[in-house]
Design a protein around this ligand. Structure first.
Ligand SMILES: [Zn+2]
Length: 92
């Protein structure tokens, strides 16, 4: 995946440039680990920082389905049975 600092934004909650793209404050920090750095608050972050899917190893499509089912009131036990997921994975 090519790295593009211009499409990234800082998501640190106290950063004055938080959520803003193309401000020139984001630089590439580590190409190997695909991390960026904010020059304003000096935080480093990966490309997916701040997204719903951060830290989840499940495919994004499945996560979306599970989140949708939960939002509609589907019992967690039903999702566990349907997808063979760990209950703690869903809870997180
Ligand atoms: Zn920042």
């Amino acid at each position: 995946m090519p790295m593009n600092a211009g499409e990234q934004f800082c998501s640190y909650q106290h950063c004055p440039k938080r959520g803003l793209k193309k401000q020139g404050n984001i630089t590439i920090h580590d190409r190997v680990r695909q991390r960026y750095r904010c020059k304003v608050c000096r935080k480093t972050f990966s490309e997916r920082t701040g997204t719903l899917f951060e830290g989840l190893r499940k495919p994004a499509g499945l996560v979306l389905i599970v989140v949708t089912l939960l939002a509609w009131g589907c019992p967690i036990q039903a999702i566990v049975a349907a997808f063979g997921l760990d209950e703690r994975t869903i809870a997180s």
